[in-house]
Design a protein around this ligand. Structure first.
Ligand SMILES: [Zn+2]
Length: 103
């Protein structure tokens, strides 16, 4: 009996064995992460299941995700600031009305 593929070490997604010709590989259905291509099904399963999640890598990934969220928020703020700046510059650059324009 062949062991089942464990969930993806990167995203926790369901893994499946993909056959291409005489080779087989464990692949995540969600993020498409792959194990090494092997000739034997059992070898591919074992290679996939041997993958471990390094706690430091998981922490780093969480930090990156947090930083990405902050960067997105900063971009939104920057868009608002640029919009206000454009408005302010339009006012500053507008011709003065002291030359007798429309009253
Ligand atoms: Zn995955």
């Amino acid at each position: 009996m062949t062991a089942a593929l464990k969930p993806c070490p990167f995203c926790g997604g369901e893994a499946t064995a993909v056959v291409d010709g005489a080779n087989i590989v464990g692949r995540c259905r969600s993020c498409m992460a792959e194990g090494p291509w092997c000739v034997l099904h059992a070898t591919a399963v074992n290679a996939w299941n041997r993958r471990v999640v390094d706690p430091a890598l998981a922490t780093f990934a969480a930090t990156l995700k947090h930083a990405e969220a902050r960067a997105e928020k900063a971009e939104q703020t920057l868009r608002v600031v640029r919009s206000h700046l454009a408005t302010a510059l339009a006012i500053v650059d507008a011709p003065t009305t002291t030359e007798g324009g429309a009253e």
